[in-house]
Design a protein around this ligand. Sequence first.
Ligand code: PRP
Length: 211
Amino acid sequence: MRYLTFALTKGRLADKTLERLEKIGITCEEMKDKASRKLIFVNEEQKLKFFLAKGPDVPIYVEHGAADIGVSGKDIIMEENRAIYEVLDLGFGKCRMCICGFPEAKELLSHHEMIKVATKYPRIARDYFQNIKHQTVDIIKLNGSIELAPIVGLSDVICDIVETGSTLKENGLTVLEEVCPLSARMVVNQVSMRMEAERIRGIIEALRGVS
Ligand code: PRP
């Protein structure tokens, strides 16, 4: 039996994923040591390997087959648009991709005038404005603290993740439109899905049965 390798998203999503995997009997004791600087963890008995990666890198590892299975947010999966199979909605890490801004900016979304949109997700934003709203936009790619953009006049609106809504609220901003709901998804390498079909399908089915 060969090793099956999991790429997990560093941080809260990895913790939640490990909790879920533990419920179906997949464990990795080594990974629980938060002080460890190790990068790859092995469960010899179950012939499994695990590693942690930055969110946007998870679909890349999976597409190239460096990991058979990955868990990352739907936002990342859409933005990366890799040749991988999305096989399961894990139901945690729920939030929404939204167009946000000052309440006055709502009007800008009802015309087809050119507006500036700041975002960490240029593909998602472009797709939404081009294909759903048919509005021409100037996309400004940022790397974080997106809410700052309309406040300092860099953009008219933002396309960003809203979880509790408190970042928006504390800065006088609001949700203007919802693009789509988001949550953590399990993704699988296309070749692994064929070559290791039985083991991978077994994991998917078992995970479907727990929450
Ligand atoms: C995300 C997102 C929002 C915030 C939303 O940012 O980009 O800024 O969380 O959460 P809330 O609705 O619960 O306030 P993150 O903290 O990941 O950091 P970033 O600004 O560096 O992207």
